[in-house]
Design a protein around this ligand. Structure first.
Ligand code: NAD
Length: 478
């Protein structure tokens, strides 16, 4: 079995203990990785602090960061195939989806490379006696905690703007899916970033993650993961009032109006909830359907779901495995609870007889207040609910504690835009779920978190504003 390492202060380092990474498509051990401990975390934080104190990324012309980041993007593309294979085996996703993650990571580096030298402040008029201006100042040491579902692209999503703005970064990779990230960081670092500017640790969240977020050297935290962990981190960092970006879970709804195009809708549902086996924070986990189209759309959805293939990522299956046995059991428990609550399992609802961690594509008819309509499932499970009026649809869509994304499917621009402006959350898709890209701001409200990633807006999550006000000397001759 191959053994992977942590990256601290410019060196790949082993540790006394290891974590075993399981291939979720086969449920067999695939590789091991050095399990970072508290001392490793301290060394990474010290190195990152040294970079900040010595100004290795900030005392130079920002254009140098642009050059390093463009080189990094090139190097990420070069290892995309090799990295995708590892991601496919450790994470269960298809080779194509795994490669897309690397290509997206390269795009983040290109996109934010272009912003490194454009973080321009303002000049603020205060009258003839003053000169006043603002500067965007990097926080310093950014601690970034990454989840397992899209470790490569999520890692790059936070790392690229942080570096562009001049921060040093300590990344904590997810225990169950850390390997492809080591290739990503290796490629990025080869571009020539100073030692200590980028550090990568794989360790237990409750040990290394917890130590990093409470560390005295942390200046900013980017957490992407579950609501429960996000809340714990907020509590643990309140004492130091550490600024943070929280990218948490979701229970996002799409609204299918009377004049929704069926093919467009089906394509969006297929990627919206069944891509990556539904393990997507912005998954379309609920579909609200106008009563006039309800039976027709339900039948088409069942047809589509039952035509999907289930299997390993290597086999290019439509429904790939869940990340772990724990995740699979959690999804099955939630389906069982829905059944007990009186929901109807329209299709799926069980685990196929395969060695990996699979759950069949599932569609459940449920009322808006049932637990299955309110809690994040993180599996290939779509909840469908009928509605009669536009206002009812909006109120059901907005009726959870989350607010990440939502979608509207319909033929009238007037109606879809009118509804879009009343939906709670950071992003609304009209007639295509997941429309947008690296360029479009992303983030939540409510239990989905706060702060924005992606787009130009995200870079302002990695800096604070410093205002400098200068009183000019008075002219005594006047
Ligand atoms: P998780 O909260 O279990 O773990 C996320 C990360 O936090 C892991 O690296 C883990 O080791 C670390 N961690 C755990 N305990 C910690 C602690 N006490 N202190 C510091 N770090 C700790 O989440 P997960 O199961 O890996 O990911 C799935 C969740 O992530 C879902 O809820 C999903 O919606 C959410 N997510 C959100 C986004 C987004 O952008 N909004 C993207 C992907 C996933």
């Amino acid at each position: 079995m191959e053994h992977y390492l942590n990256y601290i202060d410019g060196e790949w380092c082993d540790a006394p203990n290891s974590l075993v990474v399981i291939n979720p498509g086969t449920a067999e051990a695939y590789a091991t990785i050095a399990e970072a401990n508290i001392q490793d975390a301290d060394r990474a934080m010290t190195a990152a602090r040294r970079c900040v104190d010595e100004g290795v990324l900030t005392a130079v012309r920002p254009a140098l960061r642009t050059t390093l980041m463009l080189k990094a993007a090139e190097l990420i593309r070069e290892i995309a195939d090799e990295g995708a294979l590892i991601s496919c085996l450790e994470n269960g996703k298809t080779l194509l989806d795994a490669k897309d993650e690397f290509l997206e990571a390269a795009r983040y580096f290109e996109y934010y490379a272009g912003m490194a030298d454009k973080l321009e402040g303002k000049s603020i008029p205060l009258g003839i006696d003053y000169i006043d201006f603002t500067q965007y100042v990097p926080f310093g040491v950014s601690v970034q905690i990454v989840p397992w579902n899209f470790p490569v692209s999520i890692c790059a999503r936070s790392l690229a703007p942080a570096l562009a703005a001049g921060n040093s970064v300590v990344i904590k990779s997810p225990e169950v899916s850390p390997l492809a990230m080591t290739l990503l960081i290796e490629a990025i670092d080869k571009a020539g970033f100073p030692n200590g500017a980028i550090n990568l640790l794989c360790g237990q969240g409750s040990v290394v993650g917890d130590h990093l977020v409470r560390h005295q050297e942390v200046d900013q935290i980017v957490f992407t993961g579950s609501v429960a962990t996000g809340q714990m981190i907020l509590k643990n960092t309140a004492k130091r009032a550490t600024p943070s970006v929280m990218e948490l879970g979701g229970k996002s709804a799409a609204i299918a109006l009377q004049d929704a195009n069926l093919d467009v809708l089906l394509n969006s549902v297929k990627v919206g909830i069944f891509f990556n086996a539904g393990q997507v924070c912005s998954a379309m986990s609920r579909l609200l359907i106008h009563t006039e189209r309800y039976e027709e759309i339900k039948a088409a959805l069942v047809n589509m779901a039952e035509s999907l293939t289930i299997g390993k990522g290597e086999d290019k299956a439509d429904i790939t495995p869940l990340i772990s046995l724990e995740q699979k059991n959690q999804v099955l428990t939630m389906i069982e609870q829905a059944r007990k609550d009186g929901a109807t399992i329209v299709t799926g609802g069980s685990a196929p007889d395969l060695p990996g961690y699979f759950v069949a594509p599932t569609i459940i008819e449920a009322t808006p207040s049932m637990q299955i309509s309110q809690q994040e499932i993180f599996g290939p499970v779509l909840v469908i609910t009928p509605f009669e009026t536009e206002q009812e649809a909006i109120s059901i869509a907005n009726g959870t504690d989350f607010g990440l994304v939502s979608g509207v499917f319909g033929g009238s621009l007037n109606q879809t835009l009118r509804i879009a402006q009343q939906l709670r959350g950071g992003q609304v898709f009209i007639n295509e779920w997941f429309a947008g890209g690296v360029e479009t701001p992303f983030g939540g409200v409510g239990l989905s978190g706060f702060g924005r990633e992606k787009g130009q807006e995200a870079i302002y999550s990695y800096v604070h504003t410093r205002n400098i006000a200068i009183r000019l000397e008075m002219d005594s001759s006047q």
